[in-house]
Every structure is written in structure tokens, then in C-alpha cells.
Write a protein that binds this ligand. Sequence first.
Ligand code: PSV
Ligand code: MN
Ligand code: MN
Length: 427
Amino acid sequence: MKIEQYRIDQHNEGLLGKHNNQFIFLKEQLGEQGIDANAIVKTLQAFQVAIPSWALGTGGTRFGRFSGAGEPGSLEEKIEDVGILHALNRSSGSISLHIPWDIPTDANAMIQLASSLDLKFDAVNSNTFQDQKNQELSYKYGSLSHVDPKVRKQAVDHNIEVIKYGKDLGSKALSIWLSDGSCFPGQSNFVKAFQNTLESLQEIYAALPDDWKVFVEYKAYEPNFYSTVIQDWGSSLLFCQKLGPKADVLVDLGHHLPNANIEQIVATLMMEGRLAGFHFNDSKYGDDDLTVGSIRPYMLFLIFVELVEGMKRAGKGSDGFAWMIDASHNVKDPLEDLLQSVEAILLSYAQALILDSKKLEIARGENDVVLAQQLLQNAFRTDVRPLVREAMLHSGGSLDPIGLFRDLKVRNGLISERGLVTVATGL
Ligand code: PSV
Ligand code: MN
Ligand code: MN
């Protein structure tokens, strides 16, 4: 199923009058504050968020999975789903694969399909947190950190194989998330676990092509509930610093202990030039993997304030980082949900872009706490939806992606192609 451009244009025509009024009004308001709305629209157009292959089906929880209908059952279908998203919002221009959930048996065919939908292959993810069928040695007690060198070697070899798959697809990064750790005090020697992991990572690092990066993701807990080898940004940064310049820290918003100041973590990593990028999602309790912006939109905005500041300082655009959604749940149509997530990311970015950072710096210098807060909240409370819509419109996308998805009955189309009962590969 493919969404033709004329369908998008037709749908936009009916919405254009209202949108233009709203955009012109906001443009004037921003103009009075010395902000160029058109420049912000261009910056938003350039922002691309990768879609993980595992978010295209109903993810479920550890208590169950309620399969959705018309979900993708193959890598081709996953790529097609991302094509639908990208046609609608023009901001989801890449897909991130998880090996072995997605094995590209014919890389050239996958590249062709992806480029026909204007998509690229984002970072490839390795998986040593599950045992696979016919796997020789088990990861029950860890992978890259395992006490047995043979298990470590198996996990290293898997990562090197993932790099090969990624090379064939034109990916430029390997993302590593380890569940390694322990569930009970005494189970693991912290120092040995760290050193084993470092040695394993060094072997993987040595296999990276020159123009590749490795992203080291941290997570406070789960599935191990006493200790995790790469538990926080400090541990992740330490590994990256020991590995070398091709290793950077990947921040997943759900991977922190409650109330962690993630925006400060972002600022510090950017200051050190070691932020790889993001796994966006939202959460109330733990690694809930909910729709981006659904629970803590102000936090997301504050993170984007630091990102905008950091990009400016580093002289980099948004294409210098890896942005991805990492979400998965039971109760929504996954494609509608991903459209909501991408929109939430763009809204927070737009709010951060309209912040008067010069005035903020002056207020900080004068310890004018009230003004500093007011400046932030003025930006956060501005309805920037017309900016995001204008960006999508200019890129050939829809003014109302979810509305059009529903009008075109895309899910019904997918059900008639794929059937009612489909089991997406992955979690
Ligand atoms: C782990 O919780 C994680 O965030 C990692 O990024 C994994 O690769 C992904 O979820 C899928 O399980
Ligand atoms: Mn993640
Ligand atoms: Mn996670």
C-alpha cells in the first residue's frame, strides 16, 4: 500500500485556508519578537526521525500482547509501513533494524524498496538480550560481560555480523544495548563485568568501518533488577571514552531512574561532544515506551532547549545526530501512534527554536530567575502547531497526517493486503 502524492495534495486543499490563517497569525506574532518563522520552518523540514522496525507492530507488555490487524509480517512490509509514515509527514525518512528480528536476506532489494519510498537505513541494532533458536550458548547470565569467554565471543561475533548486515544496507552506525547485569547482590563482580564488557566492546569497535559509529545505550534497570553493567550515562560515557572517537552515548528517555534531570545529562554530553542521539518515548514509571510527549511534554521541551543550544555551540545541524523513536505498546494503531510521536518531537523542537536564548542568557547573568522561567514558559506555551504543519506542507506531506490516514482507511487497506491475524516479528 502506497500513498500517492495527489491524495495528500487533495486532502491538503480542504485544510489550506484555515492553516494559512493560523500560520500567518503566528508568523506575525513571532516577527514582532524578531523571530523568522520561515527560517524555523526550514529547520523543522530538515529534522528526520528514524522509525524502529519493532514499533510497527503492537508491542505488548510482559503480561501479554494483543495483536493488531494488518501488521507487517516481513521486512518488506515494515519498510512499506515506514514509507506510509514518511509520505504523510515527510519527517520519518529512515528505518532502524534489529538483528535478528529483521534479517535482510536480499540487501539490494531492500535498498531499492527503501529508496523508492525515499527512505534510508538508520543504525542497526544488535540483540544479545534474548536467546535465539539454535543458538549455541545462552545469554541467561549476560553476553558481552559474561564470565565465560566463549559466550563473550559469541556475542562479539553477533555484533560483527550485525555490522556486516548494516554495511550492505548503507547504515552508518551500530547501536548496542546490553541487558547484562545481575538480579541479586553477590551474583556479579562489578569490576570484572565492566572489564569483560570493555574488552568485548573493543573487539567490536575494531571491526567498525572507518565512517561508522557505535552508539552505547544505557539503562538503569530491567531485565536485571539489582545491577546493570551499563546503568547510566556516566558508565556509558566511560566506555565511549575508553573506546575512542567513534563511540558515543545514546540516550533513551525511558532508561533513567525517576526524576533524573535528563536535560542536564544532554547538556553535559553535548558539551563533551559525546551525544550520539536519542531514543524518544515517554514514561510515567519506568521504561514504559509510551508515545513521545504523552506524559511529560515540558521535560521534552527542556531537553530540546539543550539540544538546540548544543547544536548551535557545536556548529552542527540536526543531521549530525541520530534521532529515533523507541516505543511499543498495546492499545493504539502503531502507525497512528508513530505519527503522534513524530509530531510531538517536532513540536518540542519548534518550541525550543522560538525561545529567546539571548534574553535568557542575560536573565541568567542577572540572576533574574522569574524572567528566565517566563522566557522558557512563553516559548513552551506558544501554539507552534502551524509551524510544524507548514514544514510538512512544504516538504510535500500532509497538513493532518492522522486525519488523512483515517480518511484513506490505510489500516483497512493493509488488512486486506496482509490479513486480519498477523504476527509482527520482534518482541
Ligand atoms: C531496551 O529497553 C531498548 O530501549 C533498546 O534500545 C532495545 O534495543 C530496544 O529497547 C528494543 O528492545
Ligand atoms: Mn532504546
Ligand atoms: Mn528501552
